[in-house]
Ligand binder design. Structure first.
Ligand code: SF4
Length: 157
C-alpha cells in the first residue's frame, strides 16, 4: 500500500451537494483521483457560514474585497472566513495541492464572474484560491487534470 498524498478538493467536485443551488459538480474522473490521492473535501462557502441552497454570490470589488449575493446582501465575511478555514485545514494536514472548481467566487483559480451577475468573467482568482496561492499551496482546477495511464495521473497547468 503506497502512501497517498493528501490533496484538498472543492467538495462539490467530489459529489457533495454544496453548490449554491443544492447540487454538485461531480468529476467524471473522481474514482481515478481517489485511487491516487487522499482527497480532503472542503467547501469554503459552507464552512464560512452560508446555507445550501443559497443565492449565488459574486465579487463586486477586489480592493477592498466585497462580495454580494444576488439579493444584494453583503456576504464578504463568510467568504473570508471560509478561505481562512480552508488554509487552516491545508496547514494542519500538510496539504500542498488543491483542486478547486473553476470560475467560483471562492474556488476559481484564475477567473471569476465580474460582479454584474451577467455571466462575464474577469481574470482574477476567487477568495479561497487567492489565499491558498499566497500561502504557497499549488492550486489546480478540474480542467488541469488529465489521466494519461492506469498508473499515473498528471496535472498540467
Ligand atoms: S465554494 Fe467551492 S466547493 Fe463550495 S460549492 Fe462553490 S465551488 Fe464548490
Amino acid at each position: 500500500m503506497f502512501h497517498k498524498e493528501k490533496v484538498l478538493i472543492s467538495a462539490c467536485l467530489i459529489g457533495e451537494n454544496v453548490k449554491y443551488n443544492g447540487k454538485n459538480n461531480l468529476l467524471d474522473d473522481i474514482e481515478e483521483l481517489k485511487k491516487r490521492y487522499d482527497l480532503v473535501p472542503f467547501c469554503p462557502e459552507v464552512e464560512g457560514g452560508l446555507p445550501t441552497p443559497r443565492p449565488p454570490s459574486e465579487i463586486v470589488c477586489f480592493e477592498p474585497l466585497k462580495l454580494v449575493n444576488q439579493k444584494g446582501e453583503d456576504v464578504t465575511e463568510c467568504f473570508i472566513n471560509g478561505a481562512k478555514k480552508c488554509l487552516e485545514v491545508c496547514k494542519s494536514l500538510d496539504v500542498e495541492k488543491a483542486i478547486l472548481k473553476s470560475n467560483s467566487p471562492s474556488c476559481g483559480k484564475n477567473r471569476v464572474y465580474d460582479g454584474t451577475f451577467s455571466g462575464k468573467l474577469v481574470a482574477l482568482p476567487g477568495v479561497t484560491a487567492k489565499l491558498l496561492k499566497e500561502n504557497n499551496i499549488k492550486v489546480f482546477d478540474e480542467k488541469d487534470m488529465l489521466i494519461f495511464t492506469q498508473t499515473r495521473l498528471q496535472f498540467i497547468q
